[in-house]
Design a protein around this ligand. Sequence first.
Ligand code: ATP
Length: 667
Amino acid sequence: MSKKADVLQQKSPAEFFAENKNIAGFDNPGKCLYTTVRELVENSLDAAESGGQLPEIEVTIEEISQSRLNRIRGIQNLDRLDESLYQDFESDEARKRRLAKEAKEEEKLRKNAEKKGEAPEALAAAKKELDIKRAASASKGAKVFYKVTVKDNGVGMPHKDIPNLLGRVLSGTKYGVKQTRGKFGLGAKMALIWSKMSTGLPIEIHSARKGQSFVSYYKLDIDIHKNEPNVHAEAMKDNGERWHGAELSVTILGNWQYYRSKVLKYLRQIAVITPYAEFKFTYAAEDDKSSMKTTFARRTDKMPASPKEVKHHPASVDLELIKRLAATTKCKSLQLFLYKEFSCISKDYAGRLIAEMRGGVDEDSEPQDMSNKQVVALHQLLHEAKFKDPDKDHLSPAGEYNLRLGILKELHPEIIATHQGDAKVLEGHAFVVEAAVSRGGRDLKPGINVYRFANRIPLLFEGGSDVITKTALKRINWASYKINQSADKIGVFVSIVSTKIPYKGAGKEYIADDMDEMVNAVKHAIMQCCIQLRVKIAKQQAAKEQKLRKKNLTKYIPNAAYAIYRVLQSMSETPAVGPKRRRLQEDNDILGPVQQQEVQEATLAQKLHEYVERIDTDMALEYQMQQGMAEGAKQQVFLMPRSAAHTYGPPLQSACCLLRLLQASSD
Ligand SMILES: Nc1ncnc2c1ncn2[C@@H]1O[C@H](COP(=O)(O)OP(=O)(O)OP(=O)(O)O)[C@@H](O)[C@H]1O
């Protein structure tokens, strides 16, 4: 073994995450740009919602070329002395080859245009496209940097806490048992670590609490080795406008070209799940042509009730957590400790648990005095004893109203159904699954389009391994709900909220598919939507078929009226003589008016129109009757018969309902 391998080394959390950025979703420059936007936006949403504020979030990505970045960093942009040192150097030979290839390509374009007889403008457009492709491939290796700024109207941060909150890995205010988008105390610091690694520039922060007379300003970076904030500048600026919120800016290496669609998709999906928020997005490129601005507007002022922090459920605690709680509790007795620090344990039940523990503890023992063995015994008992499930009042699902509104506003589906499931429990943490299934709409491809949300954030990566995708694609028999899995544009939206989302990894990309409780809850929510959708689809199909039938019948009325009238006319002109030509009275009844010109072609056409109209209504009633029996909404109404001897006739039909009289059973 080499000597070096024997040397004991230690790593700070910042060093660990700097070396393993991918764990936190910072895989390559493009993904780093995406994850930076995502982490900052999610912090902003958490901050606005925790203050009960309708979120207003501005996201700006400013493109910065290498030379501009150098100017910002105070580095001189030197001319190259030795061109052949650089990756983009092209030898004379290579240049000749490239020019020859380009000439060939242009010649081919010209010949093709000639063959197709295209106008000179078409050839010019094709050449321009080719030039753009060439320029893109020439700039493929060029590095582009971005200043990402996210501004919100949230609660801001206390001045003195800012360096620790944003310059120390694994520090945050969201570690309690509470539904929040953030969890690990990592996201914003990863953006800072990436900026430090790729551009060396610090993060800039403006922040103000509600009613604060000053705006906190910090420019800081992180000492990765020590996992400590390193403050470059600090100020308290005047806050005349009494602004509150936070604005964070980081300058990082990225790749907008490859991740543009992901960033925009993320913003659209977050607009779906938070229709009460407004997102303004600006992309400022170095050349104005590639810049863009877009707004995802707020559609409602109805914000879901804020999630609440709750106590630990006994089924969710581990040994270390019990030790920590016992060491820090203010409770002086074990009974009070169990009652106050955990949910779903009454004082009485705490007493019974302590009696069951034995081993030298009683109700009055001090929690801090528990020995290791006693803590182990308590831990074991908490996992073996029965406890009520945690309730769901502390959770904050988007709500069917918001989910439906968000989908309608962003994707415009033809039909949609939503469902919110009952609270379920996973390892002591309550969770709620909400779902929506839609058909048709903007931006959807034919087939199943899955949209995943966890604690109201969209999950865009690693979909293949996720419980929602797997359930939607493999565990639902779409055909049985009148849905064509490959031809229809189906949107499946599932949102899971919990005090602990069982993410795989710190990148918060997907939820594993190996927990039965989760699988069942997701499947149930999707199926409930499908059941509602089946009814809507059946109604739509019947209405469509009926419309088509009516259209077809109406189409042939002029021809039919013409043909019938001609037959009747020629019959009426032919005398009825001879034994075989004797007419029935009914024939005379029809032919007489034709002869008298009382019935004409137009009369027949009108009667046929009336008939088609009538059978259309009859068929609608027939359909309603079937629906009433099979899948329509049923309502029981109890009526008192006027006498004991009452007869129950056939169902009564109306244009909107079916009334069936039945004798109620005596009990
Ligand atoms: N825009 C903001 N407004 C108010 N506070 C913020 C804002 N951004 C960050 N913070 C504070 O900084 C803390 C650290 O943020 P960071 O993104 O590093 O982690 P997190 O959001 O707690 O968890 P996660 O790593 O899961 O995102 C947050 O817990 C929050 O208290």
